[in-house]
Design a protein around this ligand. Structure first.
Ligand SMILES: NC(=O)c1ccc[n+]([C@@H]2O[C@H](COP(=O)([O-])OP(=O)(O)OC[C@H]3O[C@@H](n4cnc5c(N)ncnc54)[C@H](OP(=O)(O)O)[C@@H]3O)[C@@H](O)[C@H]2O)c1
Length: 216
């Protein structure tokens, strides 16, 4: 697949882009600034058997003609960005891995999102785009390390079964246990909030925790 990553210059976008390209997908690193996208792609290329799979451009440039788009920007910035490129995203599948989280003295916590979840907020901003939620629990440092992620499952939820199946298939490129159908897009609220728990676990155990679904 040809995968565009909005905000692909951040650790999560770079980490997922690295894994997708390792699995043989074409990856387009997007940014608000073309030179930042080019630097991020340049950073990753030496680590890939086929550096030609990595491309770079502005967010608007990379979306054009992509098979699928990953949204990997902070929650606070997502609506403005999506509205800016709404027309380019029409008819496409957008994956949201956005975790709306806050941090205070007690640690990480899930923010209240009026639409239910960050993914549903993106879906409301983009009525002509199919939004699927996934990849919230794969941590950027783990994605950017070498070697497979043996333990993790990737919970994927969405209201379009074909789009969800595509993302579940794509998840196999990132984690050994692969993608798991986690139901309708409204379940993104629980999936996103669970990340606050994982970050608290990471802090308590100085670990890089993840989610694995038992019983499958
Ligand atoms: N880090 C993790 O381990 C992790 C794990 C799971 C999910 N996530 C989720 O993945 C998303 C990205 O995480 P990250 O850690 O990579 O975040 P980040 O470094 O804070 O941001 C990623 C990129 O988004 C762009 N960006 C920043 N503010 C923006 C704004 N207001 N409008 C548009 N673009 C903006 C920046 O790219 P340019 O300046 O180049 O445009 C930045 O490099 C977040 O929603 C996060 O909740 C992160």
């Amino acid at each position: 697949m040809d995968i565009a990553i909005l905000g692909g210059t951040g650790p999560q976008g770079k980490g997922l882009g690295y894994r997708f390209a390792l699995a043989g997908h074409d990856v387009r690193i997007g940014s608000r600034k073309a030179d930042r996208a080019a630097s991020a792609a340049e950073e990753l290329r030496p680590r890939l058997p086929d550096p030609g799979l990595l491309h770079a451009g502005t967010n608007a440039e990379v979306v054009d003609g992509a098979d699928i788009v990953l949204l990997s920007v902070p929650y606070e910035g997502q609506v403005d960005l999506l509205l800016d490129i709404r027309e380019l995203l029409a008819g496409q599948v957008l994956i949201s891995c956005v975790n709306p989280l806050g941090f205070d003295k007690q640690g990480p916590y899930a923010l209240e999102v009026p639409e239910g979840s960050a993914a549903e907020q993106a879906a409301q901003a983009l009525p002509d785009t199919t939004v699927v939620a996934g990849f919230h629990h794969l941590s950027a440092p783990g994605l950017l390390e070498d070697g497979p992620l043996h333990d993790e499952s990737v919970l994927v939820c969405g209201d379009d079964e074909d789009a969800k199946a595509t993302v579940i298939e794509l998840a196999a490129a990132t984690a050994a246990r692969g993608g798991v159908d986690a139901g309708a897009l409204r379940n993104a609220k629980q999936i996103e909030a669970m990340t606050a728990v994982l970050i608290a676990v990471n802090k308590a155990y100085k670990a890089q925790s993840g989610i694995a679904i038992a019983g499958l």
